[in-house]
Design a protein around this ligand. Structure first.
Ligand SMILES: Cc1cc2nc3c(=O)[nH]c(=O)nc-3n(C[C@H](O)[C@H](O)[C@H](O)COP(=O)(O)OP(=O)(O)OC[C@H]3O[C@@H](n4cnc5c(N)ncnc54)[C@H](O)[C@@H]3O)c2cc1C
Length: 493
């Protein structure tokens, strides 16, 4: 029995990491120092790309059934609508924004994890670790004050923004803290005339107030504080902000959560040191504008888990793991930049700048191509890995995505014992022979290609690893051999 992977932190990112590793047959333990799951709604938004990944792993249905399906997001000034960006144009079977409280997301993920016989070890804290040649020696402190020495094969720090793992590794969390704070309230709302299932943002010379539906008639309200210091708001204060900045006639009641938060934009330079990885908020944090934080973290987990599983099960060369930092830190930097721009737009204070912003937004989003591009960008379906060392070939002259781009091949791989790549090509004896030669790495079926003249080799996380012209099976063979470190006979190609 090989040493377990220790996942530290049972937030959404740690839970997905543990579930994915378990799905791929890797022994895993997951600990959290907190004695209970969060009851706060925190991250509410799950975007289409994350839903696609949950679906490919076989457990999107519970989320889809539980959450609200927001069909658009809109921006207003008083009773005037500046922009409405519909999500129905997103080229995904999940062409909506799923609104579901983080407490519920974590409950569903824990239920899913239990189907592999794994429970979160709560009240268990990672107190120390040392990276050694063959793994990581960890010191755990259990709730009752008992310490445990654990030899883990790998340690994955999914331990949030104040990550102990990151600090212990001595990695700098580079970036800045924004000067403005925010207040939030989860409350019952009446009198909001816009569609009840849609997030709505209201701009006002004083600042912004934003409404995010949690369930029918219950909303998360967020407002910036301007130059006021951070403080927990009262319901009365939130009502005053909504009356002043909103469209009027809105009544708030029955608050279940009132809080404040500051905004940091920070990222580590390297998501890995030796046998230790970082994922989620432990590696990157940014403004909640755009609702991407949890999504990027969950996608980190989907990206790392299959690679680590292949390496752990000795089906791939260890250098496969180097692609994790290259691919994911680029995505986080993009999200940091996007959410930073959105936050700047929200926080504009000078009257003239606000008028120019409002005019520009109204004009820009009257163009359907731009509305569509914005929806695609928010959805996560445009995320790609152009600089990945795993990319081979080119889709030039072919109809379909190139290496590093997303490709949904259909079918639902669901539960399986090992990560599998997919071949999408015209069904042929060559295709079947390739699958037979690499049966431990490839799905047994040949999937439909987007162009009959091409071959696509698709990674277990739904991104293209290689593209070749029809008949160029030697290129695909070379890529698969490169992953598994089989000897490559160059002359053959
Ligand atoms: C008010 C608010 C609103 C937000 N809204 C959104 C949104 O709309 N959309 C979005 O995408 N994101 C949003 N976010 C961000 C989102 O909540 C985070 O991105 C997400 O929780 C990160 O998940 P994580 O698993 O990386 O970390 P966390 O959820 O922070 O989980 C880390 C876990 O690690 C545990 N831990 C820490 N140290 C140790 C240790 N030494 N040993 C054992 N366990 C440890 C902690 O107890 C914790 O449970 C919001 C956040 C806040 C606070």
């Amino acid at each position: 029995m090989s040493k377990p992977v220790l996942v530290t932190g049972a937030g959404p990112v740690g839970l997905i990491m543990a579930a994915e590793l378990a799905r791929y047959g890797v022994p895993v333990r997951i600990i959290d120092k907190s004695p209970a799951r969060t009851s706060q709604s925190r991250a509410l938004a799950i975007w289409p790309r994350t839903l696609e990944l949950l679906d490919a792993a076989g457990y999107a249905d519970a989320f889809v059934a539980d959450g609200l399906h927001a069909k658009a997001v809109s921006i207003h000034v008083g009773n005037r609508t500046l922009a409405r960006i519909p999500f129905g144009t997103i080229a995904s079977s999940f062409n909506y924004l799923l609104m579901i409280p983080q407490s519920e997301t974590e409950r569903l993920l824990e239920d899913h994890l239990r189907t592999f016989g794994i429970t979160v070890e709560r009240g268990t804290e990672l107190r120390d670790f040392a990276d050694k040649d063959a793994g990581v020696s960890c010191t755990l402190m259990h709730g009752e004050g008992k310490t445990e020495a654990l030899e883990a094969g790998w340690l994955i720090g999914c331990d949030g923004a104040h990550s102990f793992v990151r600090n212990r590794l001595g990695l700098t969390f580079e970036g800045e803290t924004l000067p403005t704070g925010f207040v939030l309230a989860d409350v019952h709302v009446t009198g909001l005339a816009i569609l009840p299932d849609e997030p709505a943002i209201f701009w006002h010379p004083d600042g912004a107030v934003m409404f995010f539906p949690i369930s029918r008639s219950r909303y998360r309200i967020i407002a910036d504080l301007g130059s006021a210091p951070l403080h927990t708001p009262s319901l009365k204060e939130m009502q005053t902000i909504v009356d002043r900045r909103g469209p009027g006639g809105i009544i708030l009641s029955d608050p279940v959560w009132l809080s404040d938060f500051g905004v940091n934009e920070r990222i580590v330079r390297d998501y890995r040191k030796g046998h230790v990885f970082l994922a989620g908020d432990a590696a990157h944090i940014h403004s909640p504008a755009g609702g991407q934080g949890m999504n990027v973290g969950m996608q980190d987990a989907f990206n790392l888990a299959w690679k680590l599983a292949l390496v752990e099960r000795q089906k791939a060369r260890p250098s496969l793991l180097d692609s994790y930092n290259i691919e994911r830190s680029r995505v986080a930097r993009q999200i940091l930049a996007d959410s930073g721009r959105m936050t700047t737009a929200v926080l504009l204070k000078r009257h003239l700048a606000q008028r120019v912003r409002n005019f520009a937004v109204k004009w820009i989003f009257s163009i359907s191509v731009i509305r569509r591009a914005m929806a695609d960008r928010l959805s996560g379906i445009m995320i790609d890995y152009p600089d990945s060392p795993l990319n081979v070939g080119s889709a030039r002259g072919l109809r379909g995505p190139g290496p590093g781009q997303r490709l949904i091949t259909g079918g639902n791989p669901g539960r399986r014992d090992s990560p599998r790549f997919v071949i999408a090509a015209r069904d042929s004896a060559d295709a079947r022979a390739m699958i037979a030669r690499h049966s431990s790495l490839l799905m047994p079926e040949v999937y439909l290609p987007s162009d009959e003249n091409g071959i696509w080799l698709v990674r277990p996380d739904g991104y293209v690893a290689a593209t070749a012209r029809s008949g160029n099976w030697p290129l695909i063979e070379m890529v698969l051999n490169g992953i598994t470190l089989k000897k490559i006979n160059i002359e053959k190609y």
